[in-house]
Design a protein around this ligand. Structure first.
Ligand SMILES: Cc1cc2nc3c(=O)[nH]c(=O)nc-3n(C[C@H](O)[C@H](O)[C@H](O)COP(=O)(O)O)c2cc1C
Length: 269
């Protein structure tokens, strides 16, 4: 938690201020009622124009979960998650509806171009899907159920399209694994992953570039976390270099870049 901030003690805030990602789950399945509550919580999220430009795909098949371990950068905990939801940015359903309603014919009769989905629609649908995903996470947390996002679902587009029959105007923007945590630590006693100081994230009126002192303060926790790896590894001088080579410049990020580029190309074609 931020140095000068004391989180509200009222338990109704626990799902926000004491949430942390959970990657080790008790094996028992979630009940149908719990799953329905998580999905309905997601569906209560704000959605642009109330158009719900997203689809929530529940992955029930164990073989599919095992395959997702591989296609999502080898993360074995995915296969052990009692509930796996993929949040799809989805304009396909809306455009299928427009076709059903005869919108293309109406545009043609009026001599107006029929607009097909472009980059902006992809971003807007992705906003919808991500906001719904976060509502699912917060709902689960309120039920005492842990979760973890899997951003790597944006990789390997061709394989995910085949696995889940995804049409052209549907893009898997994120995936979330859910389950009861193996840990028995109560929420308010959890060791939280620190966040950057508020002044480095919250600006007023204008954008501000960070200077050396800000960076030192921002990354003191990761400097501490990575200091032993850096000591043992002469390739890296500091945690920024380590972070770049292990994340931003890593192979999985290059695969994400390739896959997303293809998704955008097909979407706007
Ligand atoms: C868009 C997004 C993608 C993420 N992808 C992964 C992932 O693929 N694997 C994973 O273990 N955690 C993933 N996470 C979880 C983050 O690592 C986690 O939120 C971060 O380290 C902060 O920890 P906390 O959630 O416990 O506060 C992702 C989170 C987000 C928001």
């Amino acid at each position: 938690m931020s140095k000068n901030f004391i989180p509200p003690t009222d338990p109704k805030f626990h799902s926000i201020f004491y949430r942390r990602s959970v990657r080790q789950y008790k094996p028992e399945p979630l009940t149908e009622k719990e799953i329905q509550t998580i999905i309905q919580g997601a569906m209560r999220a704000p959605t642009a124009g109330n158009m719900m430009m997203y689809t929530i795909l529940e992955v029930k098949d164990q073989a599919m979960k095992e395959r997702l371990v591989k296609t999502c950068d080898n993360q074995p905990f995915i296969a052990k998650a009692p509930l796996v939801l993929i949040f799809l940015a989805d304009i396909q359903r809306l455009y299928d509806y427009y076709a059903f309603c005869g919108v293309p014919e109406k545009c043609s009769a009026r001599n107006i171009d029929y607009r097909t989905p472009k980059e902006a629609d992809m971003l807007l649908a992705s906003c919808d899907a991500l906001i719904a995903a976060q509502n699912a996470v917060t709902t689960a947390e309120a039920l005492g159920i842990g979760s973890c996002y899997i951003g790597d679902i944006m990789e390997n587009l061709e394989e995910h399209r085949t696995m889940f029959n995804l049409p052209r105007w549907v893009f898997p923007i994120t995936m979330v694994c859910f389950g009861y945590s193996k840990s028995t630590v109560p929420p308010e006693k959890r060791k939280l992953i620190p966040r950057f100081p508020q002044h480095t994230i919250h600006y007023q009126d204008h954008y501000r570039h960070m200077g050396p002192a800000d960076f030192k303060e921002m990354y003191s926790a990761s400097d501490e976390q990575y200091k032993n790896i850096i000591k043992e590894n002469s390739e890296y001088d500091n945690s920024g270099q380590l972070m770049y080579f292990r994340k931003t410049g890593a192979d999985f990020t290059k695969e994400m870049e390739r896959s997303v580029k293809l998704a955008i190309k097909d979407w706007i074609a």
